[in-house]
Design a protein. Structure first.
Length: 257
């Protein structure tokens, strides 16, 4: 069974077609990359999968369940988590508080229990704190637990955003340009980190990235978009040698003569 089945979706904004006939089947355990020039439609694809946009045409299925147009919080509960190109941390909260927010997605206690601090809510909060500490240890952020998220070095902030996504207990993790703004050393560490969390958390990962070293270094399968259309799909070597991809990035025809 496919974990994710994106069934030839199209997204239109008025007269503009941002994504046209995008299709993708993802099996459990894959690490897939999505690349393309700016404005190619990559983030629009992510936004449709995570419920921020509803495809104009066709459906998206997750574990054989139609999630087309389902609200983002419900999609997260189904097991899809994401990060964003621009960091969306709670800068004034501590590192551990940011992670606990992720675990709250599956909180069983209601708002009344939280307001009046009923025993059931207190037990859940204690459990979430413990699980948050375990998660911080797994991702190497335990020493920062009481630091304000906004005070962390940039690379660690990226890692924290991923950790918060992991706290929602996803089966599929979408990473939108995780290496954006990183220097080469931070990027190398990030590549190892992504591979580690995939193994440690039994994840399927789908990522958008402009840094070709990241995509070619860790992804087994890569899709390339240009002007809202998928122009190539294959392994890293096939993508590197694709005339369509070379033309999209360089604006010239490939010449192998």
């Amino acid at each position: 069974m496919d974990l994710l089945n994106v069934n030839s979706i199209t997204m239109k904004f008025g007269g503009l077609t941002a994504v046209n006939n995008f299709k993708l089947k993802v099996e459990p355990g894959e690490l897939i990359g999505l690349i393309g020039p700016n404005g190619a439609g990559k983030t629009t694809v992510f936004n449709m999968i995570t419920g921020l946009y509803t495809p104009t045409i066709n459906k998206i299925y997750f574990q054989d369940k139609d999630i087309t147009g389902v609200k983002p919080d419900k999609i997260a509960r189904e097991g899809i988590a994401r990060t964003f190109q621009n960091l969306r941390l709670m800068d004034n909260l501590t590192v551990i508080d940011n992670v606990m927010i992720g675990f709250h997605l599956h909180l069983k206690s209601n708002l009344v229990s939280a307001i009046f601090k009923f025993p059931g809510y207190a037990r859940e909060e204690e459990s979430i704190y413990g699980r948050s500490m375990e998660l911080l240890e797994k991702v190497g952020l335990e020493s920062y637990k009481l630091a304000k998220a906004g005070s962390l070095p940039y690379g660690q902030q990226r890692k924290l955003e991923i950790a918060r996504a992991l706290a929602t207990q996803p089966k599929l993790l979408l990473l939108d340009e995780p290496a954006a703004g990183m220097n080469p050393q931070e990027t190398r560490k990030l590549m190892k980190f992504i591979q580690k969390i995939q193994d440690d958390f039994n994840l399927t990962i789908f990522l958008i990235e402009h840094d070709m070293k990241v995509v070619m270094g860790i992804c087994k399968r890569i899709l390339v978009m240009d002007y809202g259309v998928t122009i190539a799909e294959g392994n890293p070597k096939e993508i590197q040698n694709s005339p369509e991809v070379i033309k999209a990035y360089l604006g010239v025809e490939a010449n192998y003569a």
